[in-house]
Write a protein that binds this ligand. Structure first.
Ligand SMILES: [Fe+2]
Length: 96
């Protein structure tokens, strides 16, 4: 999937608020990459997908944790919403 296709996927799977936040983060990441001479496409990609697992249900999170043997630390056990960052890579590989 290219960036536009990922953007379309997120538009159809995230809440509007989360989608708009993701697009805004993509744009800001691209701006910062340009200022600091980094890869703008990689930065845009990272910004766009950074929250793609944030709206997974508890059941979906448990599925990915089990399927990919994700190590859940004590802090994440107390605050499962923190797992979205770790699960993003597993979820992203399956979806994009
Ligand atoms: Fe975010």
């Amino acid at each position: 999937m290219d960036l536009k296709e990922i953007e379309e996927y997120l538009k159809n799977t995230l809440t509007e608020k989360r989608y708009m936040h993701s697009v805004g983060t993509m744009k800001k990441a691209r701006e910062l990459a340009k200022i600091y001479g980094e890869d703008e496409e990689k930065a845009a990609f990272a910004g766009l997908v950074h929250d793609m697992a944030k709206e997974l249900t508890k059941e979906q999170m448990e599925e990915y944790i089990k399927k990919y043997n994700v190590v859940v630390d004590d802090v994440e056990k107390m605050k499962p919403s923190l797992l979205h960052a770790k699960l993003r890579s597993y979820y992203g590989k399956r979806k994009i």
